[in-house]
Write a protein that binds this ligand. Structure first.
Ligand SMILES: O=C(O)C1=C[C@@H](OP(=O)(O)O)[C@@H](O)[C@H](O)C1
Ligand SMILES: C=C(OP(=O)(O)O)C(=O)O
Length: 447
């Protein structure tokens, strides 16, 4: 992407169908990289995402001593798996701003023998880790806090890993990644191991973890709704793995189609995806769009209802696909009634306080919102309808600057606010390098 401090959104006048390509899924890429490193063979992962999050993951695996062969041109990485063992006895890694790298690699290092220092970006230092670190300490890992307690940087120092416990309870209120991290790395413990869940969180990403563990040869048994078991003899094995395109990224283009009445096809995105964000298509359907599959049944086409001025408002539970809370907030300005986004308290602890980012950026363009507080810091967010959003913006002299708070999803989602009226500037658009380095180039390609 060209260097730029801000991106001025242009009015999109086209009506012809759009076909775009998005990069590989961040969540699948970073799971596949770790699972591949935990096999006993060489595993080739295809369709890999190359972005800040996955580059940090790859670099960390190299720094831990894994043999990693990267072919960025062909979006392929080959990793020599070591059966759950970390090759180096002493290493320093940096997880950057990647929640997946932060949680998955911390659990992986903490359940191994050796001395590992884990650094992160300033943004990641502020994000929750405590619930996972407490579990790892309970399992016998020796963790030293080099800065603030339960935050990065940390030093793991395990002379020998002798875990006597055969079960653990993890609280997922703030992130489901704590549970995913424990599930993936519990295979290292080499005993029948039980993980119990405390708290509430959408489980779509945990289902992805379990499904991918299965694709890599390890069955997770669900004893009860909130209890999982990993068997003693579990071994990861896989020689070739294909990463799906990133559905979270695809949703920006589906949403664009919805507000501009343009047919959109995102290459190779299928309904039967591992990614929970595919549920966003149901929200768009409820809002009045048609969601179809092409003749191969492979690709999804979004065709908004003809001649509709507005989308329909409504209430949706986004706890399982909350990365789309920002996308839904952005297109809510074109809804004919309230848009209520339920159960998204945990998004206050992501790249930024996303609830605040939504409210403050919508406030700048005269859109009213309300928080409905619930138990355990959970919340629903209501976005009130606007009479004629484009007219209101066009009549205002001011160009509205969206503050992105170094959050890729704020930049990508809120670019949609200017697509019909050209009155929006996105500050620091480069922050989208976290998961979609050339998002604004792909957007420019639509004009
Ligand atoms: O496991 C994953 O890959 C993810 C889980 C979700 O985070 P939380 O579980 O922290 O809500 C999601 O927001 C993030 O983009 C990716
Ligand atoms: C919350 C996100 O990322 P992370 O994997 O860093 O948690 C996200 O991509 O929206």
């Amino acid at each position: 992407m060209k260097m730029m401090n801000e991106y001025r959104v242009k009015k999109l006048n086209r009506k012809s169908p759009i076909v775009v390509e998005v990069p590989g899924s961040k969540s699948i890429t970073n799971r596949a990289l770790l699972l591949a490193a935990m096999t006993n063979t060489t595993c080739r992962v295809n369709g890999i995402l190359f972005s800040d999050d996955s580059r940090h993951f790859l670099k960390a695996l190299c720094d831990l001593g894994f043999n990693v062969l990267v072919d960025e041109k062909n979006k392929t990485v080959s990793i020599e798996g070591k059966g759950g063992i970390i090759p180096k006895q002493k290493a320093t890694i940096d997880v950057g701003s990647a929640g997946t790298a932060a949680r998955f690699l911390t659990a992986f290092c903490a359940l191994n023998k050796g001395e590992f220092i884990i650094n992160s970006s300033e943004q990641m230092k502020k994000r929750p880790m405590k619930e996972l670190l407490i579990c790892l300490e309970e399992l016998g890992s020796n963790i030293e806090y080099l800065g603030e307690k339960y935050h990065f940087p940390i030093k793991i120092c395990n002379k020998h890993m002798q875990n006597l416990k055969d079960e653990i309870t993890v609280n997922v209120n703030k992130s489901s990644q704590f549970l995913s991290a424990l599930l993936i790395s519990s295979v290292i413990l080499k005993k029948d191991f039980k993980i119990k869940i405390d708290g509430t969180h959408g489980m779509a990403y945990v289902r992805m973890t379990i499904e991918m563990m299965k694709q890599f040869g390890v069955e997770v048994k669900q004893l009860e709704e909130r209890v999982y078991v990993i068997k003693e003899d579990s071994v990861y094995s896989c020689s070739s793995y294909q990463v799906e395109p990133d559905v979270s990224a695809a949703c920006y283009f589906y949403a664009l189609g919805a507000i501009c009445s343009i047919k959109v096809k995102v290459k190779n995105v299928k309904k039967e995806s591992l990614q929970g964000d595919i549920k966003f298509l149901e929200v768009l359907e409820d809002m009045g769009c048609n969601v179809l599959e092409d003749e191969n049944g492979e690709i999804i086409i979004i065709s908004p209802l003809e001649n509709r001025v507005n989308l329909k408002g409504g209430t949706w539970d986004l706890s399982s696909f909350s990365d789309q809370a920002l996308t839904l907030s952005a297109i809510a300005v074109y809804a004919d009634s309230n848009v209520c986004i339920k159960n998204i308290g945990h998004i206050r602890f992501q790249e930024c306080d996303r609830v605040n980012a939504i409210i403050s950026n919508l406030e700048k363009v005269n859109v009213k919102t309300e928080i409905i507080k619930k138990e355990d810091d959970n919340l629903d967010l209501v976005i009130y309808p606007v009479d004629d959003f484009d007219k209101m913006l066009v009549e205002r002299k001011k160009i509205n600057v969206i503050e992105t708070y170094e959050d890729h999803r704020v930049a990508m989602a809120f670019s949609l606010l200017g697509i019909r009226n050209a009155k929006i500037i996105i500050e620091n658009p480069l922050c989208c390098r976290k998961t979609f380095e050339n998002y604004f180039d792909v957007l420019d390609g639509l004009y």
